[in-house]
Design a protein around this ligand. Structure first.
Ligand SMILES: Cc1cc2nc3c(=O)[nH]c(=O)nc-3n(C[C@H](O)[C@H](O)[C@H](O)COP(=O)(O)OP(=O)(O)OC[C@H]3O[C@@H](n4cnc5c(N)ncnc54)[C@H](O)[C@@H]3O)c2cc1C
Length: 506
């Protein structure tokens, strides 16, 4: 006899939505497992202040991998910069065009309405207004000095101000981004979606519980093995929905015997299903940044921001075109200031390649679920070196911006000086400084049977299983030209809704 109808693994952006949707049917019992802590509903007032404050990215509640990942109910939506941006229609059409039924923009746009509740003054045709996640764009008067100076400098260079980073046109332009900030709070997926479900008797939330692996009988997973403190729990269910994120979901599958044969054999894991694509196809928007030493004026402005409480790490994004760009844009440029990683303030501008061609992979470092995954980002490995060229173009653009308008008056000097670099030096700089935009996706990619790297079908069902689904960033076949949080929520919503319908019929 199963303990639950459905177990959802991971209470992040996608998992919070999935558990909320699945538990709307009162006769379906749902258990939501989360490795990190749960501080209850927002209204209870128990959440740590750094998780609530949208101005600074929290450094607590992290898995401690080489790339930041949140370990708390709400997942990375409780940790992130709150930029609320949808992929372009073409991005989703690419998924649909690859044979993933139901994923074209036309089909998913109804779900955008169910996710987002954009405020009237920030609403565009590319936004939802009937959903549960409140969004609005920052206003100029709310911007920190560094953010405002960047915005004004881009305008002085001839970039126009745009109304929505989710709109496909105009391709280039700058704006204070839409953010899921409400009541001056980082409004994470748990507040938006889980809180409305918490009172349901058919929903159980199990925080501080690490999912290790699934045990199978033929094609059916029967039991989830978890660690809770020093206890080992075995939870039986009819359906399992894995929402542990792009770094962890492939690991849960591999520990359960689903993954590339060579990798499983290397670790002595009994093979349940040889599935080549598990852990492959890792994508993130690659990033390089230029750091600036502030002028007297820049320092004074920063100090004033801190005193007045208007200091903010990130609020503005410029969409721009590199010389390689074939679509509306291929670069995000973002001003960034922080103090969190050192004693001193860092003032930087990031250039982000929004159409990365390179692919990386995730591997297990052992069979113990506590071990961090081995992450091979694969940045700059595309054979035509397009990613490096785009980032070098981004560096040049940052340099021009730093000499324009108000930004120039805030800067004393910069590292590196792309203008002073010899040919080849900019490539070396990009190669040694490349990083990610914290948007890892694709490691359990969705695709047709003919796709040898496909791990799940268009309903999220894992190949070769009858009741294991993946619903999070890892199923994304090609990374959208946008920050990924909203898209992950949409994935949780879509797969949970379809599973709900199947449960109702069965
Ligand atoms: C620092 C940072 C800044 C970002 N900024 C933005 C931004 O401004 N805008 C934007 O759109 N996107 C941003 N992102 C990306 C965005 O937040 C993620 O793409 C999105 O949250 C991923 O959702 P997910 O559901 O796939 O995974 P997650 O939200 O990571 O959820 C996975 C959950 O599963 C849990 N889990 C993992 N393994 C296990 C296990 N074995 N057992 C139990 N539980 C487990 C985790 O603790 C976590 O709660 C940012 C990300 C980071 C880290």
């Amino acid at each position: 006899m199963p303990d639950f109808d459905v177990v959802v693994i991971g209470a992040g952006s996608a998992g919070s939505v999935a558990a909320s949707v699945l538990s709307t049917q009162t006769n379906v019992s749902v258990c939501l497992i989360e490795a990190g802590p749960d501080y209850g509903p927002f209204e209870a007032g128990r959440w740590p202040s750094e998780i609530l404050d949208p101005r600074l990215r929290p450094r607590t509640h992290d898995w401690g991998y080489v790339d930041s990942r949140a370990k708390v109910v709400g997942g990375c939506s409780a940790h992130n910069q709150c930029a609320a941006v949808w992929g372009l229609p073409e991005d989703y059409d690419l998924w649909g065009g690859a044979g993933n039924l139901g994923w074209s923009y036309k089909e998913i746009s109804k779900l955008i309405q169910e996710i987002e509740r954009c405020s009237v003054d920030s609403l565009t045709e590319w936004r939802g207004k009937d959903g549960w996640l409140p969004t609005r764009h920052y206003r100029d008067e709310e911007l920190a000095s560094w953010q405002l100076a960047f915005l004004e400098s881009t305008v002085s260079m001839g970039y126009s101000r745009i109304a929505d980073l989710s709109a496909p046109q105009p391709g280039e332009g700058v704006m204070p981004f839409h953010a899921n900030v409400y009541k001056s709070t980082r409004w994470n997926a748990a507040f938006a979606f889980l809180d409305r479900a918490r009172g349901r008797r058919n929903l159980t939330v199990l925080p501080n519980t690490l999912a290790e692996k699934l045990l199978f009988e033929h094609k059916n997973a029967r039991t989830l093995v978890c660690q809770s403190g020093s206890d080992t729990l075995e939870i039986r269910a009819r359906q399992f929905v894995i929402c542990a994120g792009a770094y962890s979901s492939p690991g849960i599958l591999m520990r359960s015997g689903i993954g590339p044969r060579t990798e499983l054999e290397r670790l002595g894991i009994r093979i349940h299903r040889d599935l080549l694509g598990v852990g492959k196809n890792l994508q993130d928007h690659s990033v390089v940044s230029v750091e600036f030493e502030l002028s007297e004026h820049g320092l004074r402005a920063l100090e004033q921001d801190v005193v007045e409480g208007s200091f903010h790490e990130s609020q503005v994004i410029l969409r721009a075109r590199s010389v390689h760009c074939k679509g509306p844009f291929d670069l995000h440029l973002a001003p960034y200031q922080t103090t969190a990683d050192s004693d001193e303030y860092v003032s930087a501008v990031l250039a982000c390649d929004m159409v990365p061609q390179s692919r990386g992979s995730i591997h297990l470092s052992g069979t113990d679920a506590e071990l961090p995954p081995l992450i091979d980002f694969g940045f700059l490995t595309d054979p035509l070196h397009q990613d490096a060229s785009v980032l070098i173009d981004g560096l040049r653009l940052i340099h021009r911006l730093a000499e324009s308008g108000p930004l120039a008056t805030m800067i004393e000097s910069r590292t590196p000086r792309p203008d002073a670099m010899k040919p080849g030096e900019s490539y070396s700089y990009v190669e040694s400084h490349v990083d990610g935009y914290a948007h890892p996706v694709g490691t359990c990619r969705m695709g047709q049977l003919s796709d040898s790297l496909a791990v799940v079908d268009s309903g999220g069902l894992v190949r070769g299983t009858s009741n294991v689904y993946v619903a999070d960033a890892s199923i994304i076949p090609t990374i959208p030209r946008a920050n990924t949080n909203l898209t992950c929520m949409l994935i949780g919503l879509k797969i949970a809704k379809e599973l709900s319908i199947r449960l109702l019929r069965s």
